[in-house]
Write a protein of this length. Structure first.
Length: 297
């Protein structure tokens, strides 16, 4: 119980940024679909630290971001509860005309229905508050609320979801619609290949593809092509690696091979290759439903 309280406190003091949160869905699936809260029937706390570049260069821009999600099952898995926390040092206008927030918190609630042999239908809602900088007015900001909705269907190795995770209460801009699907294939003994896709629809339609191969359920090597993007809507190509550290912990790392960084020296501005480094930490705890020992790619 003390461990759970500690993670809840960490989530409360974590703060964040909308677009970076959505882009981190390879490690934080709750970020794009609130129906995922409690869907795996375990308590799971996930944290991502993003930094670009890894070491600061003279005249070069930099960014560091901290993102976290927590979710858990309630009432023997029929309900789920979750929290999101996110923080960044950047702000900009998104492709849909919305202004991204610097920090925020959100609470997530989900409901899960079960029938037949392995069918699971989940639907959820997230309610949050975000701090938005007012571009062009140095040092000023405003706090605005947001609401998101999502639905997902699972059957054994298959998952399909649809969601609009962030809709501002002031109706400024059209929140993106996400459609996601994934399937994992057993490959020989204890080897698993998981493939997936994510479609994002706002003023434009962009599609992501991903694949992760798990060797002996002990090492996951992934490749993620994200047109939904890096900071300014550019494509991202992530290479990732994950390893479990015992039954409860998992650690991972990814790097964006298409990322760029801007350096300004005197009157000249140059662009150089420098993608985000992402470090991922995950802690799981069984809530008496016997699901912790199951492999979850």
């Amino acid at each position: 119980m003390k461990q759970i309280v500690l993670f809840l406190l960490l989530a409360f003091f974590a703060q964040g940024q909308q677009e970076s949160l959505r882009m981190a869905y390879p490690f934080l699936p709750l970020a794009i679909n609130p129906a995922d809260a409690g869907a795996q029937k375990i308590f799971s706390a996930k944290g991502v630290f993003r930094k670009k570049p890894l070491f600061q260069t003279i005249g070069g821009s930099s960014s560091s971001q901290q993102l976290m999600s927590i979710d858990m099952p309630l009432q023997q898995g029929s309900w789920g509860l979750g929290f999101l926390g996110y923080n960044t040092d950047q702000s900009y206008k998104t492709s849909s005309g919305m202004i991204s927030s610097n920090l925020g918190l959100a609470a997530v609630v989900s409901k899960h229905e079960y029938w037949g042999r392995g069918n699971q239908l989940s639907y959820g809602v997230n309610l949050g508050v975000n701090q938005y900088p007012i571009l062009g007015k140095s040092g000023t900001s405003e706090m605005l609320g947001s609401i998101g909705i999502g639905v997902s269907y699972r059957k054994e190795a298959f998952m399909l979801g649809i969601s609009k995770p962030s809709n501002r209460f002031d109706s400024l801009g059209d929140a993106p619609l996400y459609v996601q699907a994934s399937y994992y294939f057993p490959v020989a003994d204890l080897h698993t290949l998981k493939i997936g896709t994510v479609l994002r629809k706002d003023q434009q339609t962009k599609i992501d593809f991903n694949a992760t191969f798990w060797y002996q359920e002990k090492l996951g090597i992934g490749l993620w092509y994200q047109q939904t993007g890096s900071e300014f809507g550019d494509p991202a190509l992530l290479g990732s690696a994950e390893v479990p550290l015992g039954l409860n912990f998992r650690v991972g790392y990814s790097y964006d091979f298409l990322g760029k960084n801007v350096s300004t020296l005197g009157s000249s501005t140059t662009s150089e290759a420098s993608g985000f480094h992402q470090i991922f930490l995950r802690y799981d705890l069984d809530f008496g439903l016997g699901k912790l020992g199951q492999f979850q790619p």
